[in-house]
Design a binder for this molecule. Structure first.
Ligand code: NDP
Length: 274
């Protein structure tokens, strides 16, 4: 498994496993399968309501906790300094662990103007040593600029929607300039149209790989961190089997050319739901 080195010096697997929309009673089997296949990074969130099931899978796997990179996120309704500290404790309890590797702000919710205080709580957790790295999700460059000006510790990554139809070129450039990794959510376009795209399928055929594998490779070759989700055992295996081929510069450019600015999720400034 290829690892990236985050800006605070710790290593993180570049390919991980996402569990959004997987119910708590189904997530344990999915995460156990992922761990058996070789994934060592799991991405959950309080709002997914499956932290307990994820924690159960980690325990049952018998894999040492320090060999797993665990991410969770503070939900919008818990933003604010004190509320975030409390939410973190509650997440740890549900996960059955005494630390997470990466704690993220789930959305900036700019309407409430609480993300700076929320981030300061993440900084406290980091300084106290109960979390190994801190970061954000769905932050536009202006939200990141505010953290640079008003906080002390740079986020290690920004987890944002990203796939060939929504490639996030300007934000990727901004994050790269600031030594912040981009982590792609919905890297497979939620199993949607990107996987049917004629150009992607042609490249997949040329390599004897699937469209999903080609899309994951496109992310990995740009140094993006990816966390594809699946509850289907064969797809969990397929999405992990992406280290035995390389896309050419021309193939990368072809996929780059598919960008059409097509978001699946909301614009971060419009996502203020609590
Ligand atoms: P993905 O792009 O990972 O796609 C998941 C969908 O694609 C599922 O329906 C899955 O089906 C299907 N799929 C998976 N593998 C394949 C394959 N090889 N071939 C065809 N279809 C496939 O979408 P997500 O939105 O789940 O994003 C990934 C993760 O990112 C989430 O699980 C979550 O952890 C995180 N995320 C974070 C957000 C944030 O705001 N920070 C927002 C959204 C997601 P099936 O499961 O039936 O196999």
């Amino acid at each position: 498994m290829k690892e990236v080195k985050l800006n605070n010096g710790i290593a993180m697997p570049q390919l991980g496993f996402g569990v959004w929309q997987v119910e708590d009673d189904k997530v344990t089997a999915a995460v156990e399968k992922a761990l058996a296949v070789g994934y060592r990074s799991i991405d959950t969130a309080k709002v997914y309501e499956n932290e307990a099931g994820v924690g159960k899978a980690l325990k049952q796997s018998g894999i040492p906790r320090e060999d797993i990179f665990l991410t969770t996120k503070v939900w919008n309704s818990d933003q604010g300094y004190e509320q975030t500290l409390k939410a973190y404790d509650e997440s740890l309890k549900r996960l059955g662990t005494d630390y997470v590797d990466l704690y993220l702000i789930h959305w900036p919710t700019p309407e409430y103007d609480t993300y700076v205080d929320t981030y300061k709580a993440l900084e406290k957790l980091y300084k106290d040593g109960t979390v190994r790295a801190i970061g954000v999700c769905n932050f536009e460059s202006e939200h990141l600029e505010r953290l640079f000006n008003e906080c002390e510790i740079k986020p290690v990554l920004n987890q944002v929607e990203c796939h060939p139809y929504f490639a996030q070129k300007p934000l990727k450039q901004f994050c790269a300039e600031h030594d912040i990794y981009v982590e792609a959510w919905s890297p497979l376009d939620q199993g949607g149209e990107v996987l049917q795209d004629e150009a992607v399928r042609t490249i997949a055929d040329a390599h004897g790989k699937s469209p999903a594998q080609v899309v994951l490779r496109w992310h990995l070759q740009q140094q993006t961190i990816v966390i594809p989700k699946s509850v289907t055992p064969s797809r969990i295996e397929e999405n992990y089997d992406v280290f035995d081929f390389v896309l050419t510069d021309e193939e990368m450019a072809t996929i780059d050319g598919l960008d059409r600015g097509a978001r699946r999720g909301p614009h971060p400034n419009d996502m203020n739901k609590r």
